[in-house]
Design a protein around this ligand. Structure first.
Ligand SMILES: Nc1ncnc2c1ncn2[C@@H]1O[C@H](COP(=O)(O)OP(=O)(O)OP(=O)(O)O)[C@@H](O)[C@H]1O
Length: 348
């Protein structure tokens, strides 16, 4: 049985190289049916210059976690425990507790978020140029000329034609163009971190390829740190340095992308990977993960994945497994992590 008592050091300052440290973060929605525990005990670092992808099925808390990171939770939700610390350019900002000014400084300048639906993220009544102007004005930048010059540069950077796009209303642009325009807007205040929620999900496959290429080149040219949220493991594998799997509101695995793909140390990640078609190499049977994640307002005791897990033993139904680090930099929250590691090392 794996360790249940060991946790990463919860009180240490961000490690060198971490631009964000999330410590034991809990987020709940208030609903008439009772609290929905959308994020539980989330602890991880985001390292400068990396791309970290958060993966997991719909409803496992990815978007809620991202919204909490930038202080954008809806009124029905609240951080009920833990904190998020940012450290960039020698400045530290901590949530909760940064106050309105702190959150405003954080959002856009430190971490900008690109939302799931590029159409909904824009105000349909405003031209794209007004989105740039309003965002800048909200941060005290009043020079229209300067803002439009920068907007033009950024639109060119995302391979859009500034003269055409700045004049356009959101509905006049294709889905891929809107996504690019939204990326340009997110970059307006030179953020260090870009949080991307399903950046390619609603797009056709060719447009998806373009966005992936664009994100790669933006990251390289601007030295960005990316936090990518996706239910699409193939996309995550293409872009990410590290993968973090969430299940039922909890982080269940984190590790370098090659290690997670070669040796997943949580049965849930394993199941997600087995349901992924391979494009190259031997054909193998796809195994669809049966069942659905539990309701976050009625979580089962013990490991939330146990009801769907082929490895589950009686203790899994009573004891919540904690995240621990069985291999360097590779963490898993499963009672049987060591057995998975052992089996992998014997080629099983
Ligand atoms: N406004 C809300 N009020 C109550 N519950 C909510 C609200 N928004 C989300 N939830 C619940 O919180 C849980 C996590 O949702 P969240 O959107 O964060 O998951 P997700 O993994 O990002 O899924 P998706 O990919 O579908 O967006 C879900 O059970 C969802 O039903």
């Amino acid at each position: 049985m794996g360790r249940t008592d060991q946790r990463p050091d919860q009180t240490a300052p961000p490690r060198d190289g971490a631009v964000m440290r999330v410590e034991r973060l809990d987020v709940q929605y208030r609903t008439p049916a009772g609290p929905v525990r959308a994020v539980q005990d989330a602890t991880f670092d985001l390292l400068r210059g990396e791309t970290l992808a958060i993966v997991g099925e719909s409803g496992c808390g990815k978007t809620t976690l991202a919204l909490a990171l930038v202080g954008l939770l809806p009124r029905s939700a609240a951080v009920t425990g833990g904190r998020v610390r940012y450290r960039v350019d020698g400045t530290s900002i901590e949530l909760p507790g940064a106050g309105e000014d702190g959150v405003r400084a954080l959002r856009w300048r430190v971490a900008a978020m690109v939302f799931q639906s590029a159409l909904n993220a824009f105000n349909p009544l405003l031209r794209i140029r007004d989105h740039f102007l309003e965002t800048a004005a909200a941060h005290g930048i009043r020079s229209r000329r300067e803002v439009l010059r920068r907007a033009g540069e950024l639109l060119e950077l995302v391979q859009l034609e500034p003269s055409r796009v700045l004049q356009a209303y959101p509905h006049e642009l294709s889905g891929g163009m809107r996504q690019r325009a939204l990326l340009a807007l997110a970059l307006l205040l030179d953020p260090h971190i870009l949080i991307l929620d399903e950046p390619a999900t609603a797009l056709d496959i060719l447009t998806q390829r373009n966005i992936i290429g664009l994100l790669r080149s933006l990251k390289q040219r601007l030295g960005l740190t990316l936090l990518l949220i996706s239910h699409d493991l193939a996309l995550a594998a293409e872009l990410a340095d590290r993968i973090m799997t969430m299940y039922a509101g909890r982080i269940v695995e984190v590790g370098p992308v090659h290690a997670v793909f070669a040796t997943p140390l949580h049965p849930y990640t394993q199941a997600l990977l087995q349901s992924l078609p391979v494009l190259r190499g031997e054909l193998r049977d796809l195994r669809v993960l049966a069942g659905a994640p539990p309701s976050l307002s009625r979580l089962p005791p013990g490991c939330a994945f146990a009801p769907r897990c082929s490895m589950a033993r009686p203790e899994c139904r009573t004891v919540v497994p904690m995240l621990h680090e069985p291999a360097p930099g590779h963490m898993s929250a499963c009672h049987f992590t060591e057995q998975l590691l052992e089996a992998a090392s014997h080629g099983a």
